[in-house]
Design a binder for this molecule. Structure first.
Ligand SMILES: [Zn+2]
Length: 263
């Protein structure tokens, strides 16, 4: 009996070995030709244009799929949008990129969004049956009275209050990183060969801003932004993780895009 108890205690004390997501596809979810990069780096490179990438990331975990961010709406592929920030274009539709690898929207178990800005949630409504992973603080802010809803609120939604180990095995972890918006989040992914990767969302928009811990003018909290940067710096060190900055075009140009994938 005592041996059995010891064995049981040992089992309980040892956390389940972290598993991995099997594949990660980087999908082209748009581009922005922005007219003034100082919008993101106040006082620095004022009036200088910058090209920003905008990716979606699709992960396979066993028989399940998780999509991180949905990019600009697919309609932008037919009709680019010019606004105060610049011109948004979409060389390829998300629907077409999913079809190319044989994934249907109904196959996607989870859609997780870094935050509710239009270049990240443009296609959330393409996945009405998927469970949306979003911070409660973000949902409360996005659906506040008087604001234009970013997508249909009546849908499966899991509202988080902090980090979440999505599959319970350490393979895909939502990291709460507020500051850009009240409920901004990033994603830590573990792959068998690539190792750990942090997908930034808009924690930083380009490498120079990350390196200099800058706070874009539209961020909702400078203090939270600095704290979230510090949190991810620690994760990168602890996990020996790579940092993939979504809107950093040079980073994106150096990456394999779907139908190729990282494993
Ligand atoms: Zn963005």
């Amino acid at each position: 009996m005592r041996a059995l108890l010891f064995a049981l205690a040992a089992t309980l004390a040892t956390p389940a070995a972290a598993q991995t997501a099997e594949r990660l596809y980087v999908m082209d979810c748009g581009h922005n030709a922005a007219t003034d990069q100082a919008r993101w780096s106040p006082g620095v490179n004022v009036g200088k244009p910058i090209e920003l990438s905008d990716n979606c990331y699709l992960m396979k975990h066993g028989a399940q799929w998780l999509l991180w961010d949905t990019g600009y709406p697919d309609a932008v592929a037919d009709k680019p949008i010019t606004g105060p920030i610049g011109t948004a274009t979409r060389p390829k539709k998300l629907a077409a990129q999913l079809a190319e690898i044989g994934v249907k929207p109904a196959d996607v178990t989870y859609v997780a969004v870094s935050h509710t800005h239009g270049d990240h949630v443009g296609n959330v409504d393409m996945f009405p049956a998927s469970t949306l992973l979003i911070q409660k603080a973000e949902a409360d802010w996005a659906f506040a009275e008087g604001k234009q809803p970013p997508f249909k609120k009546d849908r499966p939604m899991k509202q988080l209050a902090g980090d979440l180990d999505v599959f319970g095995d350490g393979s895909v972890t939502v990291l709460s990183t507020p500051g850009h918006t009240p409920g901004h989040q990033s994603l830590l992914v573990r792959l068998p060969k690539t190792g750990y990767v942090v997908l930034t969302g808009d924690l930083a928009h380009f490498k120079d801003n990350w390196d200099n811990d800058r706070v874009p003018s539209m961020n909702t909290s400078a203090d939270q932004t600095h704290a979230s940067h510090a949190k991810v710096v620690k994760v990168l060190a602890d996990k020996q993780a790579q940092l993939w900055i979504n809107h950093d075009k040079p980073t994106s140009l150096g990456q394999k895009h779907s139908p190729q994938f990282y494993d």
